[in-house]
Structure formats: C-alpha cells, structure tokens
Design a protein around this ligand. Sequence first.
Ligand code: HEM
Length: 93
Amino acid sequence: MFRRVVNVAEALVALGAVAFVILLFANNPGGVAGSGSVGAQLFGGRVLRDFPNEPDEVTFVANGRGIMPGFATALTPAQLKAVVDYTRTGLAK
Ligand code: HEM
C-alpha cells in the first residue's frame, strides 16, 4: 500500500519534470541564444537602446538586478567585458 503511494508520487514527479522541460523550451521559441527565457530579450538591439554607453551595461551585469544574479565575482573584468561585447554585437542583430 505504502509502496503504491510512493510509485504514484514518483510518477507525478517524473511527469512534472517532463512538463517543466517542455515549458522551458516552449517559452523560448526556436531556442535562439539570448532570447531570454527567464530574463530580458537581448537580441534586436535592445541592449544598445537601454545602455547606449557600454560601461553602464558592464555595471548592470556585474551587479545584477531583481532575479538576475550579479556576475562581479563569477567573471573577471575581461570576461564581463567579453560577454557584454557579445550582447552588443553578436546578439544585437
Ligand atoms: C552573463 C550572463 C548574463 C548576461 C550578460 C545578462 C545580461 C542582461 C542584460 C544586458 C539585461 C538588461 C536588458 C535590457 O534591459 O536591455 C538583463 C536583464 C535581465 N536578466 Fe540577465 N544576463 C545574464 C544572466 C542572467 C541570468 C542567469 C538570469 C536569470 C537567472 C538573468 C535574468 C535577467 C532578468 C530577470 C532581467 C531583467 C531584470 C530587470 O529588468 O529588472 N540574466 N540581463
């Protein structure tokens, strides 16, 4: 009896995990890099509009905001600049 309840619980957890993954991709049409499943959409020139000056975007990514974590300790200044450069060039189209 107890084992049966556990089996049902396991099945529900597995189902939940599958639904989670499906929703994750459904929320990100085409899986375009930088399309922002959780965060803001970074393509389409948005960052260039919101951060006309690159150092302001570097500060934003270093500090984070709301649920976006800051990357000041995870990335070196050179890495921060590299990823910000990428959002402004490769992703900005
Ligand atoms: C190095 C990796 C990341 C970079 C370069 C980055 C870059 C950015 C930039 C530039 C913006 C501002 C977009 C705009 O307003 O024009 C932004 C916003 C945001 N990002 Fe990220 N992000 C990164 C990682 C993440 C992660 C891991 C998460 C979620 C866990 C996240 C969640 C968000 C959210 C929620 C916003 C909107 C914040 C607000 O407007 O208050 N980001 N991100």
